[in-house]
Design a binder for this molecule. Structure first.
Ligand code: AMP
Ligand code: MG
Length: 317
């Protein structure tokens, strides 16, 4: 359903976000598909609607600078300076995340990407909802990024709770992404905001970091457990091994495991996706030598989950 972005309809959209639904809304770059960044299942719905065969960390959109403190564990003074000078606008800062941000938002990374968009509809919506909004572009995998509400309706129609029409977006400016996670600020993606403007405020920024491919199929900006992952078909009951176990619907009946995580007792892939990254984190930290992971049904979100498991298992030393 498309609704014009009047105050009344913005209120409706904000309530949908608060209740864990999805809303497509305009930003100055493209239309985004938003969900509460504090609600793992709501964010799983976004991935479900996009039918993306993999999980990517999402940018969390905020309406005021104060929200940084709620979401970031540590704020580099440089990040704060940039936010003061260049927000709202096409600038995203990556900072260490607080636990309140679910792992599915960051695809398991311990950092979170934050941006205050310049589009008035986006900002009003986020402010009215009173929650940060995680949003990738509102297009299914393999489709063009939408710059009008009608594009979104054509591409995602029945798969989003509401589409807010705020007119066409001024296309072509993806946000510039700067990471404040190491000793020096690092450019992860060049974008609409020139690096010179950023360096004029915080000094030199390291180039060419984050998104370079370090190993086949492995972006350095993506989380993978350190513990080797072995995908198993069917139930595995080996005893005497120091293994952790990632189950889909129920814990294995046989075998002794260091730790077992069950993704969804009812076999719901959305619930499984919402728990997936935090489950992997726990198993990774359990002290096991290996993580045995059950095969998941390769439909809907199951495809993206299996993609992540396969990457993790290929990476093993
Ligand atoms: P888009 O939504 O198309 O503007 O793309 C979001 C971009 O932000 C992707 O390239 C992500 O890889 C990147 N991103 C989001 N969160 C993080 C993070 N925590 N660390 C590094 N990159 C991130
Ligand atoms: Mg996109």
């Amino acid at each position: 359903m498309i609704l014009t972005a009047t105050d009344e309809n913005l209120r409706k959209a904000a309530d949908i976000l608060i209740r864990g639904g999805t809303v497509a809304f305009p930003t100055e770059t493209v239309y985004g598909l938003g969900a509460s960044a504090l609600d793992a299942e709501a964010v799983a719905r976004v991935f479900e609607a996009k039918e993306r065969p993999r999980f990517d960390p999402l940018i969390v959109h905020i309406a005021s600078k104060e929200s940084i403190t709620a979401l970031a564990e540590k704020i580099d003074p440089g990040a704060s300076l940039l936010a003061d000078a260049l927000w709202p606008g096409p600038l995203t800062i990556v900072v260490p995340k607080r636990r309140i941000v679910p792992d599915i938002v960051t695809a398991g990374l311990c950092t979170v990407a934050l941006r205050m968009p310049a589009h008035p509809v986006a900002r009003k919506l986020i402010a009215m909802a009173g929650i940060p909004v995680a949003a990738p572009s509102a297009n299914p995998f393999g489709f063009l990024s939408p710059t009008t509400a009608r594009h979104v309706e054509k591409q995602l129609g029945g798969r989003v709770d509401l589409i807010l029409d705020g007119g066409p977006c001024s296309v072509g400016v993806e946000s510039t992404i700067i990471a404040f996670t190491g000793n020096v600020p690092r450019l992860l993606r060049p974008g609409g905001l020139p690096l010179e403007d950023i360096e004029a405020i915080i000094g030199p920024v390291e180039r060419g970091g984050g998104e370079t491919v370090e190993a086949p199929g492995q972006l350095s900006g993506h989380y993978s457990p350190r513990t080797p992952v072995v995908i198993i078909d069917g139930v595995y009951g080996a005893a005497g091994e120091n293994a952790a176990y990632l189950a889909f619907r129920s814990a294995p009946e046989k075998g002794t495991f260091r730790m077992v995580e069950v993704l969804s007792p009812t076999g719901n892939l959305r619930e499984a996706a919402a728990r997936f990254f935090s489950a992997l984190h726990k198993l990774d930290e359990s002290g096991a030598d290996v993580i045995l992971a059950e095969t998941l049904p390769e439909e809907g979100l199951g495809r993206a989950l299996m993609d992540r498991l396969r990457r993790a298992s290929q990476k093993s030393p």
